[in-house]
Design a binder for this molecule. Structure first.
Ligand code: AR6
Length: 185
């Protein structure tokens, strides 16, 4: 298994890990999607490949029913996990760095907050996040670490239902940067 927990925070409720998001056995994975919800590269592509066509089918239904113009940046929706070990996928759209008139940090925080909120409203207790926006959407990893850890901490301080939040980094170096810049303590 190419997977390890590097550190835990907030009494073990947050676990920083290196590994493949799609292989996590948790209630829900969070997908770093785009507003089309029709798939893409990066972690989005990996989730749809591993999860099979039922995820895309539900995304299509959500688009036509709820978001004909696409899912706005910072919002989150939930679908089945299809063939994934996770039961659900929560799709959120991170900001493209430099494209939101200085609102990037607020929008990235909203991705984490809205994903966590959606999970608790569905009675879920464990989640796994990728480092939203830090790939194709070019958000600097150090800034993203501050924003994501602050948002997760603020949410968990007011929640007693989420048991475990995993933060999955694909490359060990991404986890190292995160561990240097997080604001959990
Ligand atoms: N497990 C964990 N992390 C992963 C995996 C994986 N299997 N695959 C990639 N990463 P990105 P974004 C990491 O680009 O920046 C898509 O086309 C990756 O190394 O997936 O939010 C969407 O459709 C990076 O650290 O997401 C959107 O158009 C992190 O996940 C756009 O990309 C996020 O990188 C979203 O861009």
């Amino acid at each position: 298994m190419t997977e390890e927990t590097l550190e835990t925070f907030l009494n073990g409720r947050v676990r920083v890990m290196v590994g493949d998001l799609t292989r996590q056995t948790v209630d829900a994975l969070v997908n770093a999607a785009n507003s089309s919800l029709m798939g893409g590269g990066g972690v989005d592509g990996a989730i749809h490949r591993a999860g099979g066509p039922s995820i895309l089918e539900e995304c299509r239904a959500i688009r036509s029913r709820q978001y004909p113009q696409g899912l706005p940046t910072g919002e989150a929706v939930i679908t089945t996990g299809g063939l994934l070990p996770a039961r659900y996928v929560i799709h959120t759209v991170g900001p493209v760095y430099g494209m939101h008139n200085g609102q990037e940090a607020e929008l990235l925080a909203a991705c984490y907050r809205n994903s966590l909120d959606l999970a608790t409203r569905h009675g879920l207790a464990s989640l796994a996040f990728p480092a939203i926006s830090t790939g194709i959407f070019a958000y600097p990893r150090d800034e993203a670490a501050q924003v994501s850890s602050e948002a997760i901490k603020a949410f968990l301080e007011n929640d007693d239902k989420l048991r475990e939040v995993r933060l999955l980094f694909f490359k060990p170096d991404d986890a190292t940067v995160f561990l240097k810049h997080h604001r959990f303590d």
